[in-house]
Design a protein around this ligand. Structure first.
Ligand SMILES: [Zn+2]
Length: 764
């Protein structure tokens, strides 16, 4: 019923019609008028979904935010626990069966922090964000966590300073060209271009002994607009706190793979692989400016320069810096609040989550998402009181400990892995919300589904559908004509693959559960990410000030929850997923070809003496090293597997659309159960119990984060990561294993197609 085929030409046409329909029309639409809205129109009493959407109140979202962000509420703080208990009470008040699940995790807090310039002049970094008279919570100094990077190693080092741009691997290749080594040095990197935890990791791998990360105004400061408090952008003393935990596995560093319960076996802190190898501290640009100004050596390459009024030099020195970090390595309790609304059948679960812990007051991150999620739960509870019971069980999760390292969600999934794999249909995550566009992330078996939801929600400012606005924005943002042409032909929103940026990680990467990440954004007038200024005053002046996008997110996520819970047939659609996986494979081939071309050309230029001839004799420079040109790799097994996947997905879609074309006649309950059981198992088939070759915690062979990108997904990481490391033989050796997984998925879909065919033949 809610699943439909992807027949592009038909759907472009249908898409035009339904993109223009109002939520009112869609909520009562029949299957014949819009395929996209078929899930609710066929299987739901039309009224409930509409009632849900109309009952969301922006003022409630504002009040939730005011309450939850009133005081600093990081892991281990009194207000973190207070918030968890308040959320628990609310879940209960709204009729959920609710409890707090507690885990005990390693959470370091700073004992001593020093960054000082010793030569050529003296300066000591203040590392303190000043309170602002206009911003009432910015003065809660006694409860604020100091500025620091959690899971930095303890250390006390003094060394010359080197500026390394964003501190990614390619930045060090540039440094090599300049003839500069960071061995024995302290590096200073600017925030941005990848996850912060990668910066100390790569610095350490290149021999640096300390790492400073600062917020350049080009990233999120005055370069973009007026700074706080006259505008919303990060002010001179604003600091981005954040975790620098290594990417080997998320969650509690002491209990990899198992829940951090009271009796769990724990590693000792010195054996925890995810603590950095070198000390790290974050700085504001006010504190970084004297350090950067004291650097000499080559002028930084053009794309390394930020927005400060200085000439950016690379060093090393003459700036000499003393960096000291000492932490309290305490075990702290975290409080996951789990609220369940039992369905008429408890055997299948639809899960929704957003974290509640913050670095400081966290009005934007995470409360703008949490406040929305709670409003959804309130209204679902209200519908239940009015007589609606979801078919499947709905579970709302307010996670603790996301900021340090996805602690709450990872420990919960590790503790409940078997049950989740047996029962979970899907997990929908949010983390924060703002004004702007809706761009969904996740697994593409839900691409058709979430596109259908987005068609039925109105954008609060333009009054077009959320779908249409995002669709048109994606055309505006496309990188070339080919991409625009492709987007114009589509009638769905592309769901982008996600890695490990938030609490969906354990669901997708460890448990093999289909995920969606839903948020609005891109039009906020500022950013105070992980600083004391991310608070109620800032959010209500510079982000979604009237909480209308909060309402839109509640309507989107809540509608998705209702449809997933009530659809007779689980609304997965595999054609978009097969299409996405085929694209990931093509990207691997392209990557190989590009590397072959690049290295062939480079080796030729080395032989010709191009680098020697073009190097400015007055400036030191080193030619890049000669590279072995990569061999051809055999992608055939993967391409054959993807062919099978495409065939099985198309077959499933065809049977489904044939049945829908007949008006989706009722299927016998036993037959429906068989198909749903098949569908429930398919996402698990993406797992391989050995996990990724160098990160065995990550079991999913298609969706995973990069070890050197963080946040961003590296689809088919088992192969791609070795290619990035120029380990061609190892990359090739992974291809058959990934292909096997794709074949397993194809077989699973074929099974579902067989059973659906049998079911619809008997349907009347
Ligand atoms: Zn967050």
């Amino acid at each position: 019923m809610s699943l439909r085929s992807v027949c592009l030409f038909l759907l472009v046409f249908v898409g035009v019609i339904s993109a223009q329909s109002t939520p009112e029309q869609s909520a009562v639409a029949t299957a014949s008028s819009t395929a996209q809205s078929s899930s609710q129109s066929v299987s739901l009493p039309a009224g409930w979904e509409k009632r849900f959407q109309e009952a969301i109140v922006p003022e409630n979202i504002r009040e939730n935010m005011r309450r939850l962000s009133a005081r600093p509420h990081h892991v281990g703080s009194p207000y973190d626990k207070d918030n968890a208990e308040w959320i628990l009470a609310k879940f209960k008040e709204w009729g959920f069966d609710a409890k707090i699940e507690t885990f005990n995790v390693l959470f370091p807090t700073p004992k001593e922090r020093v960054v000082e310039l010793l030569e050529p002049t003296k300066f000591r970094a203040r590392m303190q964000e000043p309170a602002l008279a206009i911003d009432p919570t910015s003065g809660q100094t006694a409860e604020q966590l100091p500025t620091y990077n959690a899971y930095s190693a303890d250390g006390d080092v003094t060394a010359p300073l080197v500026y390394v741009n964003h501190g990614n691997r390619e930045d060090y290749e540039q440094l090599d060209r300049l003839g500069i080594s960071v061995k024995g040095a302290i590096v200073i990197a600017r925030y941005g271009a990848g996850w912060r935890g990668i910066k100390p990791k790569v610095a350490g791998e290149h021999g640096a002994i300390g790492c400073i990360i600062y917020s350049d105004p080009k990233g999120d400061g005055f370069f973009h607009g007026d700074d706080y408090p006259s505008g919303g952008w990060r002010p001179r003393d604003g600091v981005q706190r954040g975790s620098v935990m290594d990417t080997e596995y998320p969650g509690d560093p002491l209990t990899p793979g198992v829940g951090a319960t009271a009796g769990a076996k724990r590693l000792s802190v010195k054996d925890a692989a995810t603590i950095t190898k070198i000390p790290v501290l974050p700085l504001s640009y006010a504190d970084a400016l004297p350090l950067l100004s004291a650097l000499k050596g080559p002028v930084a390459p053009e794309n390394w320069r930020g927005a400060l009024a200085i000439t950016y030099h690379v060093g090393p020195g003459p700036a000499k810096v003393h960096l000291k970090v000492l932490s309290n390595w305490d075990i702290k309790p975290i409080y996951d609040v789990i609220g369940t609304l039992h369905g008429s059948d408890d055997g299948q679960w639809v899960i929704r989550g957003n974290h509640h812990d913050a670095w400081v007051n966290g009005a934007d991150d995470p409360i703008s998402g949490q406040a929305v999620m709670l409003e959804e739960a309130r209204v679902l509870g209200e519908l239940h009181r009015q007589g609606w019971t979801p078919k499947r069980t709905i579970i709302y999760c307010a996670w603790d400990g996301e900021e340090p390292g996805l602690l709450g969600s990872v420990e919960w999934v590790e503790s409940h892995l078997d049950e989740l794999q047996k029962h979970a249909v899907a997990y929908i995550n949010s983390d924060s919300n703002g004004r702007g566009y809706f761009f969904p992330g996740g697994t593409q078996d839900l691409q058709t589904f979430i596109s259908g939801v987005a068609r039925d929600i109105q954008d609060p400012e333009t009054h077009m559908s959320v779908f249409q606005r995002s669709h048109l924005a994606s055309i505006a943002k496309a990188k070339d004509a080919e991409e625009r042409t492709d987007l114009r032909k589509r009638n769905d929103l592309l769901v982008t693959a996600i890695g490990d940026g938030s609490d969906y990680t354990a669901f997708q990467d460890l448990a093999g559960i289909s995920t969606l990440s839903v948020e609005f954004g891109d039009e906020d007038e500022g950013d105070q990410y992980h600083s004391i200024y991310d608070d109620f005053y800032w959010y209500t002046h510079f982000s979604d000030t009237d909480f209308f996008y909060g309402r839109a997110l509640a309507q989107t996520a809540g509608t998705a929850m209702i449809r997933l819970a009530d659809a007779n047939l689980i609304p997965f659609d595999y054609s978009p997923q097969a299409e996405a996986i085929a694209k990931y494979e093509t990207e691997l081939e392209k990557l190989l070809k590009n590397k072959q071309d690049e290295f062939t050309e480079r080796n030729l230029e080395l032989r010709e003496g191009v680098f020697a001839a073009t190097a400015d004799p007055h400036k030191p420079s080193v030619p890049p090293p000669a590279e072995v040109v990569p061999p051809y790799l055999n992608f055939a097994p993967m391409k054959n597997a993807i062919d099978l996947l495409k065939k099985s997905s198309d077959r499933y879609s065809k049977i489904l659309s044939g049945w829908q074309a007949k008006g989706s006649p009722a299927i016998a309950p036993q037959s429906l159960d068989v198909v749903n059981a098949d569908l429930l198992k398919i996402p698990r088939l993406f797992l391989n119990q050995k996990g990724l070759p160098e990160r065995p915690w990550f079991k999913n062979q298609i969706y995973a984060p990069g070890a050197y990108t963080g946040y961003d997904a590296k689809p088919i990481a088992a192969v791609r990561e070795y290619m990035d490391e120029k380990k061609w033989k190892e990359a090739e050796a992974q291809i058959p294993q990934v292909s096997q997984v794709i074949e397993n998925v194809a077989a699973g879909i074929n099974q579902a197609a067989d059973d659906l065919e049998r079911a619809v033949t008997g349907a009347r």
